[in-house]
Design a binder for this molecule. Sequence first.
Ligand code: GDP
Ligand code: IMO
Ligand code: MG
Length: 413
Amino acid sequence: MVDLIVGLQWGDEGKGKIVDLVAKNYDIIIRSQGGHNAGHTVVVDGKKYALHLLPSGVLNPNAMNVIGNGVVVYPKQLIKEINNFDKNIKNKLLISDKAHMILDHHIAIDQAREKLRGKNAIGTTGRGIGPAYADKIARVGIRMGELKNIDKLIEKLAHYYEMNKGYFEYLKIEIPSIEKLKKELKEYKNALGDIIVDTTKYLWDNFDKNMLLEGAQATLLDIDHGTYPYVTSSNTIASGALTGSGLSPKKLNKVIGIAKAYTTRVGNGPFPTEDIGSDGDKIRKQGAEFGTTTGRPRRCGWFDVVAARYAVELNGCDEVAIMKLDVLDGFDKVKVCIAYERDGEKLEYFPSDLDGVESIYVELEGWDKSANVTKWEDLPKNAKKYIEFLEDKIGSHIKYVSTGADRKSTVIR
Ligand code: GDP
Ligand code: IMO
Ligand code: MG
């Protein structure tokens, strides 16, 4: 049985919290796309963990964790993350030999290109994600399995640097010395070599176990279906998780979509329900909306039904979790976007480009004191009405309502 958790908005919905919450029901947790651009926060008994490359199942004592073929791995970050844990978590981790590697030059290219784009910058996390995926698609990337033969890998990289000399010069990026590179690659091999395996085969050999695919980023950042070019460089939606793990669509049992009770976005790009006034500020403050990965303030706004319905359909959600309901505590009224308007035309479908789109809102009565509630019947009346309203509009059952960062602060309906 394979279930999947996927973000329905622009990321940071609280995927890490729900993965951790349900991890006890699974034997294997799998990351299938993205890289250390992700920042998944898990809070257990007041202690906070920020995970970037490690699947959020690592805090569960029993689950195996897999970094699948679709992930781009920056070994330096992964080693750091593994070492951050007091206990040995390497014995609960496998990395796909087909996963592509991020090297320092990918990060330098990402940052240099963003600078050159000036006001048109995407607002990437600067982690080398786009350049690493670009190399993969151009068939000049490096796979984790290639750490097996470092001499051969060095030869390949020397050719790569030679081919890209002009581009590196243009971006004012230094080509690393072969000696330094060799030393680094050896460190990577020593630290990770024994857990790099064919994870596709590992998953196939374990079909009798329960597996959970942990999405990173989210639907509206999908390279095909998101707000291109202000997106990430992987397929973040449910079907991408299958490519990124080697599991067939027929194995998929349940898709759980994760959305905040409002909307946030980091980086540039269209955001129809953004509130740049005092309400947006209040949400940012109450929700501590600052990026887990880069610390950047997140742009904040209201729940967008048009976008959520699009995401529910793209991913085939069976159930949805609405996160951070407590952040809306204390608002007299809460707004929900139920349609867009462009050039006098009403749009109820999320269009391929959002140029000139305006939100049409309805206002609902606000509430107070939903924080840390764990039972549906204990939620304030208007908070329940809000959830029921969203459920009706997005067309998927809202099974989880999250009322605080801690694992315990969750209503399960
Ligand atoms: P992810 O990338 O989807 O895993 O989400 P992040 O971890 O980047 O961002 C979600 C943030 O909200 C984290 O700081 C969580 O600890 C926090 N969080 C998750 N659920 C809730 C909730 O229901 N209420 C509040 N107040 N915080 C939450
Ligand atoms: P999690 O998994 C929120 C955004 C960046 C930028 C765009 C492209 O924590 O939800 P990239 O570095 O991927 O090339 O940046 O995507 N972005 C995220 N926003 N949460 C994330 O991950 C993100 N990962 C990338 O801010 O707008
Ligand atoms: Mg995040």
